[in-house]
Design a binder for this molecule. Sequence first.
Ligand code: KG4
Ligand code: ZN
Length: 344
Amino acid sequence: MKILAIETSCDETAAAVVDGQRVLGNSIYSQILLHRKWGGVVPSLAKKAHQERIDPVIATAVKKARIDFKDLDVIAVTYGPGLAIALEVGIDKAKELASRHDKKLIAVNHMEGHIYANLAQNSQGKPQRDLKFPMLALLISGGHTELVLWTGDLEFKLLGETVDDAAGEALDKAAKLLNLGYPGGPVIDRISGQVNNRDIYKFPRPMSKSDDLNFSFSGLKTAFYYHLKKMPPEEISKQLKYLVSSFQEAVIDSLLLKLAKAIQQTGVRKIVVGGGVSANQYLRQRLRFLMKKINGEVIFPPQKYLCTDNAAMIGVAAAIRAQHNLFIKDFAQLDRQPRLSFHK
Ligand code: KG4
Ligand code: ZN
C-alpha cells in the first residue's frame, strides 16, 4: 500500500512516499533559517512558509519515489500535537488531494510518528528490526519530552512528561543565552564533544528526587541564567565549552534518571528513542552504556533525518493505521488537535 504522508506541525514542511515501512521518497523543507533571527519558531511565519512550500515539497517526494500520483492508495497527515495554524496547512492539503484524486485519508499523531520512525526502512527494506513488545519510548524534541509505554500496534500509555520546558527547548534556550544560534541542540552536541562532555559546573538536575516519571527543565535554565549573569563576559567565552557541556550533562542526566526509574517500575528493558534530541551523540553513548549495564537494548531511528521532524515517520505510522483499517470516513470531521496527547 503506497502512502503519501504530509507533516507541517512545526517548522519543517515535509512529505514522503512510503510503501509499508519502506521510504520510497522523502522531502523536507526546513524553515530554520527563517526562524533563526527570532530565536525560535514564529507560528505565523511557519504557516506562510508551509503554504508556500507544501506543493513543491510533495512534488519532490513523489518524484523521488518514482511513482505516479495515481499509484498512491492513501494520503496521511499529522493532525497534532503542534502549532494549530501550521497543522491546518497540512490537513487542508491532505483533504484537498484525497478528495480530488479519490484517495483514502489517514490522520497520524506526530508523537506516534516519532516512535514509528524507529521502524522506517530504506527503499531496499533495511534495516530489518524485529520489535518485541512491550517497549519504552523516550521522546525528546523541541516541543515534547515524554516517556511512553508501547504495548502493541498503536497502543501507547503516557508514563511521564515534562511539566514545563522540553529537553530540546532547554538546549535551545541555553544556546540562545550564549549567542550560539538556533537550534541550539546540534551546536551544543558538537561543542560538548570537543571537551569529552565534561561536567565541570554540576548544574541542578530538577525533579531527580521525585518518584514520578515527569521531567522539568525550567529550574535548570534559570540556574544557568543566574550562573552566567555572575560571570564576566570574557570568562564566559573562556569557559564556553565547559558551560555548554555541563548544561548538556544536566539535561541528559535528568532524562536518564527518569528513564532508569521507568525501567525499574515497568520491568521493560527495551527502549526506542525519538525526536530531535535523539540525534545527540553523547545521549546515544550514555543510553547504550546504561542499557548494556542492565542487559537491555536501545534502538535509535536508523537515520539522522528520522530523528528530527519528517514525513517518512508519519507514513510508517499511517501504514500501521491502514493495516487496522483506521481511515477517516468523513473528511469534514478531521480537525487539527494542537494538544493531542497519548492517554495516561
Ligand atoms: O523533533 P524536532 O525536529 O522538532 C520538534 O518536534 O520539536 O526536534 C527539534 C529539537 C530542537 O530543540 C533541537 O535543538 C534538538 O531537537 N536537536 C538536538 C540535536 N539535533 C536537534 N539536540 C541535541 N543534540 C542534537 N544533535
Ligand atoms: Zn517532532
